[in-house]
Design a protein around this ligand. Structure first.
Ligand code: SAM
Length: 215
């Protein structure tokens, strides 16, 4: 997401009650932040946060964290968040590559990746959120039966992910190249990018994956 830097964004984020200022202090103790033992789900690269705030409103029995590394983007989410009464969602302004510093092994139930930056050049492949580097990070914090859900309009990134995910030892449980006309559409919550791209006639791809289990 390209956004001009907004003056004062860092300070507003540093003062926001909706942003976790010291996530390392909550590693292994996120249930204390929420005051319950509900499942914990995370969107990595949430942008303006519509998707994860809609999920939080629809599912009060689940705790949500939205991760966004750019303060000027996160600020947009905070503006929307201030209009809502939601006890079950907070935000982190971090690079997802650092997630293992903030979550204990097995602490997270589900990770959502929505319309992640494609990084099409080979030399940038490690920056893709479905690259082996990031899959290892997710592996280190997800529960054994935890799920990874990934949506994108970018066919190249999707095809790359259909290979990279099994190569890292995960199972693709379900996938489609046309989410909105597939059985996987049931209960689908649209993101900002999904609304834009599908209104332009682009097909939306989705996959759901879990780690290989040893039985
Ligand atoms: N998920 C939203 C949607 O579908 O509307 C936003 C999609 S936008 C294309 C991708 C977002 O992911 C950007 O805001 C970008 O800053 C964020 N992002 C990319 N890599 C990230 C990383 N390593 N850590 C945290 N956020 C990241």
């Amino acid at each position: 997401m390209r956004l001009r830097h907004i003056k004062g964004a860092e300070q507003q984020i540093a003062e926001s009650p909706y942003v976790i200022q010291d996530p390392a202090a909550l590693k292994g103790r996120w249930n204390e932040q929420f005051g319950n033992d509900h499942p914990l789900e995370i969107e990595v690269g949430m942008g303006k946060g519509k998707f994860i705030m809609d999920l939080a409103a629809a599912n009060p029995g689940i705790n949500y964290l939205g991760i966004e590394r750019y303060s000027s983007v996160l600020l947009r989410a905070l503006q929307k968040r201030a209009e809502l009464e939601l006890p079950n969602i907070f935000f982190l302004c971090i690079d997802a590559a650092e997630m293992a510093s903030y979550f204990a092994p097995g602490e997270v139930d589900r990770i959502y990746l929505n319309f992640s930056d494609p990084w099409p050049k080979d030399r940038h492949a490690k920056r893709r959120l479905t690259s082996p580097v990031f899959l290892q990070v997710y592996d280190s914090i997800l529960k054994p039966d935890g799920l990874l859900e990934f949506k994108t309009d970018n066919r190249g990134l999707f095809e790359y992910s259909l290979e990279s995910i099994p190569e890292s030892g995960w199972n693709i449980l379900d996938s489609t190249f046309d989410l909105h006309h597939s059985p996987m559409a049931e209960g689908n919550v649209m993101t900002e990018y999904e609304t834009k791209f599908s209104s332009e006639g682009k097909l939306i791809c989705k996959l759901v994956a879990s780690r290989n289990q040893s039985f």
